[in-house]
Design a protein around this ligand. Sequence first.
Ligand SMILES: Cc1ncc(COP(=O)(O)O)c(C=O)c1O
Length: 441
Amino acid sequence: MSTHWIEKDKKQLHPVYHPNTHANPLVIERGEGVWLYTVDGQKILDGMAGLWNINVGYGREELAKAAYDQMKDLAFTSNFSGMTNLPSIQLADKLAGFAYEGLNTTFFASGGSEANDSAFKTARYYWKRMGKPSKYKVIARKGSYHGVTLAATFATGLEKYHTMFGPAIDGFVHIPAPNPYRYEGPLKEGESIGAAAARMLEEAILREGPDTVAAFIAEPVMGVGGVIIPPDDYFPLVRAMCDKYEILLIADEVITGFGRTGEWFALKHWNIKPDILSFAKAITSGYAQLGGIQISDSIRATMENAPDSDAYMHGYTYSGHAAACAVGLKNLEMMEKENYPRRAKELGQRLLAGLQTLNEFSFVGDVRGLGLVCGVEIVADKESKTPDPAMTMKIFKAAQERGLRTRPLGNVLAFSPPLSINEEEVDEIVKRLGAAMDGVA
Ligand SMILES: Cc1ncc(COP(=O)(O)O)c(C=O)c1O
């Protein structure tokens, strides 16, 4: 059955495509809860919630109905200046101050890359309006992932995303990330990793010149870069530095937003807030394409008092898409009703504790997690900590044979299941991964 579809699938160019990695894709027909079913009848526990986004799980009638009801009335209309629609009004109203106090304005896009592009352009816009047009650079971190538009590609700190698409566009600078397991930046005696990594930000700002830097962008928990959870002192120091040098802090919460880490938004863990917030993915639990940014009241103010010549000439056909916003509203209502951040926190602790039992394998170097996003780092041996991507791929494949979907990110296996997962299903992830590791050990 699947071979027929795989042959036809060759007409489609898939994301991050290489023929070797796409030779034998799973052909998925339907999903229910945390489970996916292939056309061949294989049942797979989706330990990744799609791509970190299916928070409420697969097959939720309520969301299908929200889309159906809205599409019948009005699927789409222009949301460009001079027109608006009810679902986008209601969702922007719901989101005002929802993530962070003082972020009361939402600009809608269709996904995370568009959200980050919008964030960069908005930062530039803001500084021009503030009379500081030389502030245009963005500082990002090595290992970060911010998407694939041209700007997001070069904001991303993973070189493999750059290789075939250079030359790099001007104005993106990368500094080491605060990786507690393998920090690669310089460390002064007695300095914590969080403080050292924050110092890298200050040094980069001074090196580039504070008058040239518009923004610093960071994922609160790095996702694609290997599920990196920063030390507690890092983000408060980063916030202070951004304030000191007048640099906007962009939180890329495309993965961490909407409950995944155990808080609605992840910078809450460290009690700080960004100037711009990028969101996408779980705003609709993946049931419709929606993303966007939220901006601080002071950024918004620069738009309100702008002359005609300084209009914010940015917007997508699908900014404020009526059906997508209706799905987003319903999804938020469901996540609030079922208190998803609390579920993520409690079940995340269970998942992390379970995964930590796998530390007994010599190739498990580190197990980490915050809420329902976890990473298991695979190494040649615990002492050398040498990354072992080949072993990681073997475990990934062995897990898939046992009906568990994880995601290999270099030498890290990522877990980010639907937040609707239950205790037995959490235990099933650990059991199947353990069996896969036994199989390859
Ligand atoms: C942190 C982060 N930012 C941005 C993106 C890009 O989002 P999209 O693929 O919706 O464009 C992703 C996608 O995984 C992401 O993880």
